[in-house]
Design a protein around this ligand. Sequence first.
Ligand SMILES: Cc1ncc(COP(=O)(O)O)c(C=O)c1O
Length: 365
Amino acid sequence: MPFFNYQAAFSGRESAFLDLIRNVIRRGAFILQQDLADFEAHLAAYLGVRHAIGVGNATDGLHMAFRAAGIGPGDEVIFPSHTMVASPASAALCGAQVVPVDCGPDHLIDPEAVARAITPRTRAILPVHLNGRTCAMDPILALAERHRLVVIEDAAQALGSKYKGRFAGTFGLAAAFSFYPAKILGCFGDGGAVVTDDDAVARRIRLLRDHGRNEQGEVECWGLNSRLDNLQAAVLDFQFRDYGAVIARRRALAQLYDEGLRDLPELRLPPAPGSDPDHFDVFQNYEIEAERRDELREHLKRHGIGTLIQWGGKAVHQFEGLGLRASLPATEALFRRCLMLPMNLTLSDDDVEYVCGCIRAFYGR
Ligand SMILES: Cc1ncc(COP(=O)(O)O)c(C=O)c1O
């Protein structure tokens, strides 16, 4: 059982995908075409936002969101160090100073750590909704309001997750989603979207993703080439139709893991689906904390089970080449204990039971 099986993830509907791709090829519809407009409209309607803009990937999406928000040299942007380097890179590439902070027990940005990191130069907060769980946004939004900070959400892993009934990606000035193939909604390569309710930000991002050009072809600013390919948009739009069922299945798998493992004192599990009324989680990942994590990982490998320690086993501030000096005890402790178990739609109930059985055997239970 590999951690993620790229072939199996898509092969079940291969002929439908091939029909769809053939259809796009026959129309010669590759860049900024109708399938993209359709997917953007469906994504915006699903989230209840005014604008969804397809972009090359979430990293570019976040970068363009920071640029649209006017973040640049001299500004500080606070981010959780428990994330992929892409999150802070998006702001660092605007020339901003990125400031890593610790995570809380939920593995997400700790609002108290954010409060301590605010300085007169702070301009923005970048909450990252990891593993399909939306950050507790009330304290973050309160800090942003008090200090007049911009909030840009990294929702790369969180399409469909909610906090207090509100979707991840709808709290800040703008947010970015990723459609990398292993994401819950994944395409056949790189893809992303920026969402916002702000008309001026949306217009700016539409310019930035297409060389700074407006609809008349007039170049208004320096831009990138970061459009979501029409072919990828068609692939995404097709899969998006059953997104509710996909989320329901992931939550059912998480429930099975919870039932199979919750009595083990050596583990700390993510909150079970429905156990916290403020959160609706979509389980992009099922990340546990485990005692003797590395030995457990080896044991699972010997039993044919693939697991993952995210991002090379390091928090962003631990990559020395980035020059971010910080001591973040909760994040550092988490990276010694965290392990992702297989979580995807190719898993059967029996697969999850097998994983749980192997983990129980490891701890002698
Ligand atoms: C939390 C987080 N932020 C940003 C990204 C970057 O997304 P992309 O690969 O679409 O640029 C990822 C990608 O996996 C991610 O997990």
